[in-house]
Design a binder for this molecule. Structure first.
Ligand code: C5P
Length: 233
């Protein structure tokens, strides 16, 4: 049986990956993987159990054992950790920062690998992350790498946070984004970089419908038109 097709949308935080990949998954009727949420939830679980971000073995064991569920669809999702709704904590800036630190440990990434691959189910999967195209789904039907300037990404993040009722300071966010990019790009395993066969899309001056249109066109060129059509072996 041929594996379900995957569309990978990788790139730095705030480039629009989340919004674009959720909208695409909904449009195609495909499954959705927010891989960053797995690292974020692990950061929360570690915090709750007083596991330090440097305790690599304990973090990897926690990653293996995580009881995590995504409730709802890609457009309105709740994230449950051991049955408790942790969605607002998952989205907090501090959680992203902690997630980026623990994501640099190879055993932690390894422990989350199979869990991510289990999201690949018919009729298809849209996967959002940093290493979807390079490590997790190297045989994906379409790989996109979405970028935008750090300032624009900080502005978008500030808007998102204020919509969630959380504090936002654009200058601080820009500095945080630059630091996180640097760590994600220079880490030893699965550094943030486009796969060789990825298409790079710059969203700095494009709005979401504009990016989505480009992505839709690239997907259609590969016969990935939704509801299982375009499945390839
Ligand atoms: O995408 P998001 O901001 O939710 O990811 C939080 C952090 O998790 C990133 O800064 C990155 O360090 C890490 N991450 C990763 N690989 C992924 C997704 C996220 O290393 N596939």
């Amino acid at each position: 049986m041929s594996a379900a097709p995957v569309i990978c949308i990788d790139g730095p935080s705030g480039a629009g990956k989340g919004t674009v990949s959720r909208a695409l998954a909904a449009e195609l009727g495909w499954h959705f993987l927010d891989s960053g949420a797995l690292y974020r939830v692990l950061a929360i679980a570690a915090e709750d159990r007083a596991v330090a971000l440097t305790q690599v073995d304990a973090l990897a064991a926690l990653a293996q054992a995580l009881e995590l569920a995504f409730d709802g669809d890609a457009m309105a999702e709740r994230i449950l950790l051991y049955g408790e709704d942790v969605t607002p904590r998952v989205r907090a800036e501090a959680t992203g920062e902690r997630a980026s630190r623990l994501a640099a440990h190879p055993p932690v990434r390894e422990a989350l690998l199979e869990r991510q691959r289990r999201f690949r189910m018919p009729p298809g999967l849209v996967a959002d992350g940093r290493d979807m195209g390079t490590v997790v789904f190297p045989d994906a039907a379409l790989k996109l790498f979405l970028i935008a300037s750090p300032e624009e990404r900080a502005r978008r993040r500030a808007k998102q946070l204020s919509q969630l009722g959380l504090d936002a300071n654009v200058r601080q966010l820009t500095a945080g984004i630059r630091a996180r990019d640097e760590r994600d790009r220079t880490r030893r395993v699965a550094p943030l970089q486009p796969a060789e066969d990825a298409r790079v899309v710059d969203s700095t001056t494009l709005d979401i419908p504009g990016v989505l249109q480009q992505v839709r066109t690239l997907a259609a060129e590969r016969g990935l038109t939704g509801r299982g059509m375009g499945t390839r072996s």
